[in-house]
Design a protein around this ligand. Sequence first.
Ligand SMILES: Nc1ncnc2c1ncn2[C@@H]1O[C@H](COP(=O)(O)OP(=O)(O)O)[C@@H](O)[C@H]1O
Ligand SMILES: [Mg+2]
Length: 591
Amino acid sequence: MVFMLNVKCKKIRGKIMKVAGPVVVAKEMAGAKMYNMVEVSDERLIGEVIELKGDKAIIQVYEETSGLKPGDVVVSTGRALSVELGPGIIGSIYDGIQRPLELIRKNSGIFIRRGERPDAIDKKRKWHFFGCVKKGNKVHAGSIVGSVKESGAIENRIMVPPDVSSGVVRKIGDGKFCVDDVVCEIDCANGAKRSITMCHVWPVREKRGYAKKFAPREPLVTGQRVVDMFYPVAKGGTAAIPGPFGAGKTVTLHQIAKWADADIIVYVGCGERGNEMTNVLEELPKLVDKNTGKPLMERTILIANTSNMPVAAREASIYTGVTIAEYYRDMGYCVALIADSTSRWAEAMREISSRLEEMPGEEGYPAYLSSRLSEFYERSGLVETLSGKMGSVSIIGAVSPQGGDFSEPVTQCTVRVTKCFWALDAKLADMRHFPAVNWNKSYSLYARVLSGWYKERLSDDWSHARAELVKILKKESELKEVVQLVGMDALPYRDQLTMLAAKIIREDFLQQDVFHKNDSYCSVDKQMKMMNVILKFYDEGNKVSGDIKKIREMDCARRIALLRYADEEKVDTEYKGIVKGIADEFSKIGG
Ligand SMILES: Nc1ncnc2c1ncn2[C@@H]1O[C@H](COP(=O)(O)OP(=O)(O)O)[C@@H](O)[C@H]1O
Ligand SMILES: [Mg+2]
């Protein structure tokens, strides 16, 4: 977050009239603009103008407001609530308005002092800058002029700031620089001269520009079978993961943060309990990214705004997160933004709205809840960046409806805009079926566009296998009632076989053990082979007729488990052995 007062703009100094929780009303603020950032009282608490009425400004304050009183000064900074973007963001842990929590902890202990505002990125650190343009090269906003190695895994590509229309490189640096040092000079087309540093500022509520948006075409591989094989999310796509308390939203999101094949992960802990964030903080630095072999923190940014932190900053945390995600997208990276939980974000909106005495909509949420949610998810996408690279932001948000009631407004508004729906189910969680994704209620609208990728990548008919497994599970739900009435033994052989196959799909394929080293992450190759084994078993079983006891004795579940828990490099050998084993068994029973 940038806190400097913009010197060029005339400072507007008003006075507090009223304080209501996180909301402050100030008078004598004529000239202030919507979404201007302000400093409140001598403590210079950070706030943002969210409504203007005559010379009165209504301000949401991102820090504790206790002790503020009428008459205290309010100063408008003349600029919008913004984040600071430059090398040094990766690996950081920020609060909702980009204050570096680690640095604050070092300076002043666990609690953030009011008005405390260290730089979001280290201004003293020197980076080795490598220019990639030459004197005389033409550049425009978004062009990449050089890079620094930001972390073991990520090269930060330094871009011409958004407000430069076009120009010619006059001078390009090479060597060690701090983020505020000039690394490139440009003669702009309009005759102006611009000095470019490695760092720029962006207002969080505004989406960043790109050249062109494309329909997603590749999956974001998460290593979670129920996601990748049943309800895949695309790179540049959106997914919602709704579920009641304790159904496994956070655990699932952590799994995605750990394993997804994104270049960068931005994890926003929004209004959830502090200890969950602590888990991420403790776990991630110890883990190694299986794609790059580097510590996971070298591709991760955490934004923590836990339930005990001020509610307005929670509202901002989502925007801070998505702006940082877009920044790395613009360098040509595949970024995944994970938000836990968007319901807490919506609750923050509701609280602020009620302080503003706005007309409440459904369940007290403001009428603009749905537009805010869709604006947020619309910042996802696969794009051609201004520099001509391909980059993406995928957004995955948890929704925590009270009592798991999916008909409430936040879930409903989210469903309308997200294309994947991973419905978590309390009943499944109670039965320890994890991840507790309900296979009947969940869906992915990406399955069709991604089928080409799967076909190419797996040289196997994923769409067909997926459809078959879904069909078996559907049939199982229909047969369940019959079984309850007449018992399993009364079913014809074929139906018993279906029930057996469905059980295997549920227990050995859809369930996944986060604690097992070979099961926590499952490669798509292994996932596909597991599906093939189940289908092979089912197809062969359908060819023979008769004795379900013999089929049970084959213990297909055990065979699948061999594959499931196999080391990735042994998958191929195991697979061949299992397929042969099944074929042999069936040839013994004969037709
Ligand atoms: N995939 C999983 N594997 C094993 N246990 C799980 C899994 N998902 C959830 N759990 C169990 O359920 C508990 C609650 O999960 P959590 O993700 O915190 O729920 P939520 O975020 O939906 O409230 C966890 O502490 C864990 O014991
Ligand atoms: Mg949770």
